[in-house]
Design a protein around this ligand. Sequence first.
Ligand code: GTP
Length: 337
Amino acid sequence: MLKNYSDQDERKLVIKYFACIGFSATALMGSLAIFNQQYILFFTLFTCSSLFLYSWFIHKKEKVAASIISYTLYTLMLYLVLTGGAKGTGPIWIFIVPPVTFFIRGLKLGAIDSSVFILCIIAAFISADYFEIYEYNSPELVFRIILCFFIVVLLSGFYEFFRESHSKKIIALAKENETLATKDPLTGLPNRRYTIDYINELNKPKHAPLSIVLFDIDDFKKINDTYGHSVGDQALVHLASIFTDICCSKDIIARWGGEEFLLVLENTTENAAIKIADTLRLKIQNTAMNIENQSVHFTISGGVKEISPADSIDSAINSADNNLYRAKNNGKNQICC
Ligand SMILES: Nc1nc2c(ncn2[C@@H]2O[C@H](COP(=O)(O)OP(=O)(O)OP(=O)(O)O)[C@@H](O)[C@H]2O)c(=O)[nH]1
């Protein structure tokens, strides 16, 4: 049950933030346009403002919201370049495009959009002149605006590239830390800390009855003493793999510590848990491990306890431990409840 790490939530927030800014800015500029009796400009800004507002209300499909914001912005910018905007100041707004595009569309789509947008901007400047829509008096200024825009695209692209790679490194580190904190490094099974949290989470009426089985390998000290600690480690890995093979995907088998394993069974009564534990016990007894060309058989003992949502987890584990103790005292290789 590893967490799903991504920077998707941050990106959603940035999309909402841009939708809000886009709405406010275009609404304000629209008000100025109507004040200056520029009705076409007012209508264009009012339409853009509505689209920004609409994208703010899109909660689940953030890619759709990002596309609406981007394409609304591109269209508005092209319109401003083509018509000159208010008194020829239209083109200065195009510098908003690169950071917004890279922030909300990501590096790849941002780079594609920015490249296409530069070509469209050049075409818009040429068309404004060719179709006599607006006359830009200084070709040098137009050239410098385009050049400067290109530099801002490069800088925004670099920034997004470093931001994305840094974010990927942090996500990988967080995943690695979570694995280290929740898994036993030898067997790869969940560790005690993770399992306690898991049982607490699971101990709810909808999963009841919940049963646990605490297993302990019989006479494991002999394995270490006879073959050495590293063979003992291999034996633990061997037994862990038998446990995982037999358990259902919804059950969890954890390394509880040393040579102890804990099985957690949701919606399972004590009687059913005993049967499952006995199946595991027999499987382990009958599956030999090859150690130094000898077939070595292991046996396990287990203590079962059914937990109800009102029970404390600590006392349930203590009861399972007491039952395991009885299984050991009764001659090992058995399950007690
Ligand atoms: N190789 C290895 N041995 C471990 C590990 N953790 C615990 N052990 C060994 O497990 C053994 C447990 O010994 P005991 O508590 O005496 O239990 P036992 O020999 O299994 O006897 P019973 O529990 O009475 O059946 C000790 O020798 C520990 O060193 C581990 O991670 N690797």
